[in-house]
Write a protein that binds this ligand. Structure first.
Ligand code: 1GP
Length: 254
């Protein structure tokens, strides 16, 4: 029986342990750079890999996942943009309902199409309330999904959205400023969501320094997702990994 990632995330949330996920965009990832990253991850651990994105032009999910499998025991979670992005060789899938938006296609439509495929796939399905947060510029995901992001300076709107998502039965909340966001989700917004829901909180988009990672985790994120930051500067991995480990050490010692 494989370990349930949802159980792991819930357990970590309860004990205050934080995690780091690296997002790999299958369009951009290069084999040599990926292998180098995986070797670095032996000394600077990563807890999860996310594979995907809102717009994928070269469907290389299987190839990327097979490299991950060859070099790393770290669980692989799909981060799909739509119902075409299902790759059964991953461990799990973020089954994202775009609750910050009002486009039925991304709230439930794509899910209906994906459901029978997911049932057969053996993937662990992680029901996730996905909240896009305005980052000052239009992101690919906002354009592709045809939705307006949550206003960045309205933590209470995010909090009510997350509450509703939890009441609807969603098991994780993902606050995303979008890939390459100039401004990450504010600690105030993360804290506002943290104060009203019990489910683990994922935060991503524009986290490109140890300080931003620390601020997100301290505000209440359980799992941070970093894509562009590490892609552009692989030396960021040791810093981010250290931030997560230091918080976890202090939790263990408390
Ligand atoms: C985007 O949350 C992810 O959906 C990661 O964003 O590439 O900016 O780290 P970055």
């Amino acid at each position: 029986q494989p370990v349930s990632l949802l159980d792991t995330l819930r357990r970590h949330k309860t004990s205050g342990q934080k995690s780091l996920a690296v997002l790999l965009d299958p369009d951009k990832v290069e084999q040599d750079a990926l292998i180098a990253l995986l070797q670095r991850a032996n000394t600077h651990p990563i807890d999860f890999f996310l594979v995907g994105g809102s717009l994928v032009t070269d469907y290389r999910h299987a190839e990327v996942i097979s490299t991950l499998r060859a070099y790393s025991p770290v669980p692989v979670v799909l981060f799909p943009g739509n119902s075409l992005h299902i790759e059964p060789t991953a461990d799990a899938i973020l089954f994202l309902s775009l609750i910050s938006g009002r486009n039925p296609e991304f709230l439930i439509g794509q899910h209906v199409i994906a459901a029978p495929l997911l049932k057969k796939s053996g993937l662990e399905v992680l029901p996730t309330g996905y909240m896009l947060v305005d980052s000052g510029a239009q992101t690919t995901v906002s354009y592709i999904s045809g939705t307006m992001p949550l206003p960045a300076d309205k933590p209470s709107v995010a909090a009510c959205t997350a509450m509703a998502g939890e009441m609807l039965g969603l098991q994780l909340m993902y606050l995303d400023a979008g890939s390459g966001a100039r401004r990450p989700v504010s600690p105030d917004m993360i804290a506002a969501v943290r104060s009203v829901v019990d489910v683990p909180i994922i935060v991503g988009g524009g986290i490109n320094s140890g300080e931003k990672a620390y601020n997100a985790l301290k505000a209440g994120a359980d799992l941070i997702v970093v894509g562009n930051g590490i892609e552009q500067d692989p030396d960021l991995l040791p810093q981010l990994s250290a931030v997560v480990r230091e918080i976890n050490q202090s939790v263990l010692q408390a």
